[in-house]
Design a protein around this ligand. Structure first.
Ligand code: G6P
Length: 365
């Protein structure tokens, strides 16, 4: 049956606000309430097999590739093995180093993206088994993979991916926890808090809407972050490019001085993602650098201190995330970025759900 809009003006808004529920579905039966025990046995894999690989190769396109960048951090930390992540459309051209000792992890909402399917076929040709993280059941990718971890986001209609991305990130958190020799329960318990923390994060909507009105007139935006926040910055920039046609660039904050800083001039807006307390001082330094050149800075950071007390006074606008375990903060930070793209697109009179030149699923290479 057709997916209904309900009270929402656009599918994108509906899908953003559905995220707490989508994550609840993604966790159901996979994390035991109470103990936090993680079990992905439904995939047909087992933790010993998952841990037996010498390396992991993540392939995906677009937003799913951004989820893959988060996944690399998580999986590498959990397994202590090298994890590569590559856009599927480039994978085949680099003589990919995958073999029977490599687990290829393909991430896709639709399971029909031509380049992702081609990358998977190439990986299999080289003897690498494939785990698919996919939303659409029965899709080509789900049929071609050795194992499937469904994201359970439900149907996503808007071209710009929101809840599919978020559930991909959740699936990768689950996979990393399951692969880790210890500590899975602690991660499981944290993940169980995610739906309520996402609900609290959606409370930022009025503040973000106001901010979007201020930013909507800019033709250039810069997003910066370090570590996991850099992955969020890339996703935030893609979201606003896709639907509001604003030129946006994401930079690893430490790379600013290697080029982008030349583009900073009075009045430019910079959005800094700063959720990781260990990186606080460095990110604060980057915020000071761009402000000294006249930029106006939005900081997305912790709702509590340490973090807030240091960052808020430096920011022209501060978006405080709800209190949550630190590993969840980058997951929460994407929500105000989705909302910013959404409200900016509306303010600019763009067709939010059907942006020009783009398709929901790209089935040609
Ligand atoms: C298209 C969509 C993007 C999506 C990408 C990969 O470009 O517009 O939103 O991220 O394809 O799609 P997939 O279905 O493989 O996740």
């Amino acid at each position: 049956s057709a997916v209904e809009l309900g009270p929402y003006p656009h599918f994108m808004a509906k899908e953003i606000f559905e995220q707490p529920q989508a994550v609840r579905q993604a966790l159901a039966g996979r994390v035991e309430p109470g103990s936090g025990r993680v079990d992905l046995g439904e995939t047909g894999l087992d933790p010993a097999t998952l841990r037996s690989f010498q390396r992991y190769a993540i392939v995906a396109c677009g937003t799913a590739w951004h989820a893959g960048l988060v996944g690399r951090h998580l999986l590498q930390r959990a397994t202590g093995r090298p994890v590569s992540v590559e856009v599927a459309s480039e994978f085949r051209y680099g003589d990919p180093m995958v073999d029977a000792g490599t687990l290829t992890v393909a991430i896709s909402q639709s399971g029909e993206t031509a380049d992702t399917l081609a990358a998977v076929r190439e990986a299999r040709r080289r003897g690498s088994p494939v785990l698919a993280i996919v939303n659409v059941e029965g899709s080509s990718l789900s049929r071609e993979a050795d194992w499937v971890l469904y994201t359970r986001a439900g149907p996503e209609v808007a071209v710009a991916s929101t809840k599919a991305y978020l559930t991909q990130v959740v699936a990768l958190h689950l996979l990393a926890a399951w692969a880790a020799p210890t500590g899975a329960e602690a991660t499981g318990l944290q993940l169980l808090q995610l739906p309520s923390r996402l609900e609290a994060t959606l409370g930022l909507d009025p503040a973000v809407q106001e901010l979007a009105r201020e930013l909507a007139g800019s033709e250039h935006l810069f997003y910066v972050g370090r570590g996991l926040d850099y992955a969020v910055a890339l996703e935030a920039a893609l979201k606003i490019k896709e639907i509001s046609y604003v030129h946006a660039e994401a930079y690893a904050a430490g790379e600013l001085k290697h080029g982008t800083l030349a583009l900073i001039e009075p009045g430019r807006w910079v959005v800094a993602l700063a959720t990781q307390r260990a990186l606080l001082a460095k990110t604060a330094g980057n915020v000071a650098e761009v402000r000294a050149r006249g930029a106006q800075v939005v900081v997305v950071g912790p709702g509590a201190s340490p973090g807030r007390a240091e960052l808020e006074p430096m920011a022209d606008r501060y978006l405080p995330l709800p209190e949550a375990p630190e590993p969840l903060l980058p997951v929460l930070a994407v929500v105000p970025m989705q909302l910013l793209a959404y409200h900016a697109a509306r303010a600019r009179g763009c067709d939010v759900d059907r942006p020009r030149n783009l398709a929901k699923s790209v089935t040609v290479e």
